[in-house]
Design a protein around this ligand. Sequence first.
Ligand SMILES: [Zn+2]
Length: 255
Amino acid sequence: MELIDNHTHLQDGPFQGKEEFYLDRARQLGVNKMICVGQDPEFNRGAIELSQRFEQVYAMVGYCPDVAKDYDQKAEDELIEQLQIPGVVAVGEIGLDYYWDESPREQQREVFARQIEVAYELKMPVDIHTRDAFADCYDILKNSNLEYGAVLHSFNGDVSWLEKFLDLNVCFSYSGVVSFTKATEVHEAAKKTPMDRLLVETDAPFLTPKPYRGKQNEPGNVYYVARAIAELKDIPLEEVAKATYENTMRVYGLN
Ligand SMILES: [Zn+2]
């Protein structure tokens, strides 16, 4: 059985200098590939560096909503250059965050929409962060060309949002939240997510799944995310692994 963690931050502090240790532990749980996600200039560089050091690590780069206020022509030029480096497979994470509101909302929306255009021009998918902003996120995606695919990262919407987004060329990536006992709306959404639109991730070092909740998360734990989905859908874990593996390979064009 093979799994891919399609959204992890292996460049983050807790993993620095111990990447090989965590890659090894992931391998023991069948996690042989992962995508290291950027969000600002420092994390973008870190993601690329790891994708160049380790064969099983891919990268994505983008300006997340927190740093949307810093996005200018120079930032975009650098991003476009980075997106053409082998091993960089998507624009992300990008999106809207109305919980932290680190950038003005108007600017978050502009920078999000603009980066989707950049991705389209380069024929690449996008990986989306959205918090307290489903309505605006949906509007932007509906008015964007998503021909090359999009993933809603750590999807935590309910069934009605799932059904709306299903009309778009969007996949749904579940994180450790799907394993939390009280996340009943996410459970229902996961149950109804079609197998060909399903992805799994850790968002490590955050969102640790059961049974390790409260501890630091790591890429190998995507195994427990997949297991939680298998239990919810009442199907074998192998089936979840196979579908999410194939979907991730397809959406991000991995080889
Ligand atoms: Zn993330």
